[in-house]
Structures are given as C-alpha cells and as structure tokens.
Design a protein around this ligand. Sequence first.
Ligand SMILES: *Cc1c(COP(=O)(O)O)cnc(C)c1O
Length: 392
Amino acid sequence: MIGKKIPHSERIYMDHAATTPVAAEVLDEMRHYFNERFGNASTLYFFGNEARDALHEARKSVAKLINASPDEIVFTSGGTESDNTALKGIALTNREKGNHIITSTIEHNAILKTCKFLESQGFDVTYLPADKKGMVDPRDVEKSITDRTIIVSIMHANNEIGTIQPIEEIGRICRSKGVIFHTDAVQSFGKIPIDVKKMNIDMLSASSHKIYGPKGVGCLFARKGVEFVSLIHGGSHEFGKRAGTENVAGIVGFGKACELARKELKNEMERETRLRDMLINGILDNIPDSYLNGHPEKRLPNNVHFRFKHIEGESLVLHLDMKGISASTQSACSSKSLKPSHVLLAIGLSEKDSHGSLRLTLGRDTTEEQIKYLLSVLPETVEYLRKVSPCV
Ligand SMILES: *Cc1c(COP(=O)(O)O)cnc(C)c1O
C-alpha cells in the first residue's frame, strides 16, 4: 500500500475541524454574486439594492441559527477576526471600567494570542484551568470575577479534543455579575444547538469555512446594547463595527451554509454521533494502550481524539496519508522545535504523552464505509509504528 498513488476522489477526509468543503448549494448561491450581481452594497441604485438585499437575507439566516436578531450580526473575515474584535473591542471600550479579562488555558490561539497582546498593553488576564476531560469549572469563573473584570471569554467547544463547555452556566454567572460573556463557538456553530438568549451569551464568534461555507468570512454576534469599538476604520459598513466593502459573495455563501446547517442539524448530529462512537469504540477495542482525550459524553458529535502510547503523532498522520486518510495531530517528538499542544498540556498530559495524539474529525461526507476502512487500517499502522518507533 505504501507508495501507491491514491487519487483525490478515493481519499478519506477526516479533518473537518480544520476546514470543510463548500457545499454544492452554497457554491450555486454564491456564483451569481461574482459577476451578474456584483454591486457594492453601499450604493443607492439597482445593483446596490441587490447586494444589500442579499446581505440582509444572509444576516437573517445567520441570526436564525443562534436565535439572534439580524442587527446583532457583524460580518467579519472569519473566526480569528471575530475573536480579536470581541476582546480588543471590549478592552478598548471599557478601559475606564477595568482592565481584567478572564479566559481559559485551552482556547484557540485567536483568543490566547490576543490576550497575550492585551497583557502587553496593560491588561490583566486570568487563564482558568481545565480538568483532565477538558472542562472549565463555572465556579472558577465566578471566583475570578472582580469589579475590574470587563469580559469573560470561554470557548463553546474545543477545536482539538472536542469538549463542550458548560457555557449556559458560565453565561448565567457573568450576566448576574454584569460582566460581558463572549464565546468562541467556531467549532460548535451549526453543529450543535446554540441559543444565545437561553445561554446568556453576549458575544459569539463563528466562521463560515468550518460549516461548509467559503473561507475568509465569519461573524461576530453582539447582543443589543453591548458596545465595542471597531478595529477597522473607514466607511460605515456593518453598523459602523467593521469598515470595508462587504464580501457579498462570501457572506451569501455563509448565509446559505447556515440555512443548510439549521435544516440538517438534528439529523446530522445524530448520524455523526453514531459514526463517532463506532470509531471510538472500534479503536478502544482493537488498539491496546489507546486513550480517548477529551470528555466521553460532553464532546462534539464529530470529534475523535486519541492518544496512543509509544507513538509519534506526526508519523501516524504521514502513514495514514499514504493510506489515503487525511487526519491531524498537533505535535511531533522528533522535531524539538515543534511544541506540544497547549491544550493537551493544559489537561494534564505530559509532553511525551501529548506527542502520540491523533485527531479525526468527521463531517457530512463521512460514511460508515470510511469508518470501517479506518478501523481496518489504524490498528496495523499503530502496531507497525510502535515496532519502529523512536518514542519509547
Ligand atoms: C478555526 C477556528 C478559529 C479561526 O477561525 P478562522 O475563520 O479560520 O479564522 C477560531 N477558533 C476556533 C475554535 C477554531 O476552530
């Protein structure tokens, strides 16, 4: 098998947490907005109206997925920009009120690096720990809030290990203390139910390319009344919260992707959960010394994350690639320059253990046959690598 050239159409994509293909319906909807309906949404004549209507429809669709109002949705270039806008926007707006920010050690770098930057600008950041399963304790949030706290940012679901946080409870605590609660929901948005009202969410980041929409577009939800300065200055686009001519085609695609996600959410959640559990149980039953990372129940329907003793994650990914499977790892032990995943270290894994990790994330195109193929290939690959492994 090794060395054989596997054509594109026969490859198995198991990295939907990294990105997803654009759905056919999404692309169909988008294509009109490149040439025929090419207008600038800020203009007053026919073509502008057409673009403006399209933006409005997309905004309604995005809002509906999370039970928000269309005027609470600001379109951005994606999850990273939304996270930056939430933290920096609130920090700059509330400097008089306080300089304290609360987040967790397992956040995406779009949050962590932004917090590091804000620390360099005089803000104090509390990084709350996560337990072995990757859960942040709402009581820790409560204990950490002071009268100088301006924002709490805790992700909804972790992009590496898939753990889903108790954000409804965290939101309740923040609301009762009058502190703004932001959540990076890039991995959960469109995959599990989100209701910003019920969950007491003040701000939420989402990204289109993680839900079968195009790359380079996303949104920041900000509840009515939550004030934050814009990071990008210019025209009065996006309610003055994000200047720049809107990426109309991209936003239309994002809107369509949200509509599809909403319609398919329940079925797809059940279908992927079943395949996920088939994969998890198959690995546990057939590969000795394999450990599931993250929470066994409170995890994303599409996330499988394993640690295999005496294995290097990178070698495993490369060997699986040769067998036509595209998967992910965060680490490598042969190259000392590559740091182990901050998430795995945060949930208590040693540097050595964190190196043997494999993330498989399922999607709409994942079939039961693919899971079976994976389960037929993975045990022998792990066994082979253990024999030749330098990680002992
Ligand atoms: C992918 C991801 C982001 C970044 O989103 P982009 O749209 O790629 O910038 C942020 N947070 C989480 C949890 C993610 O998984």
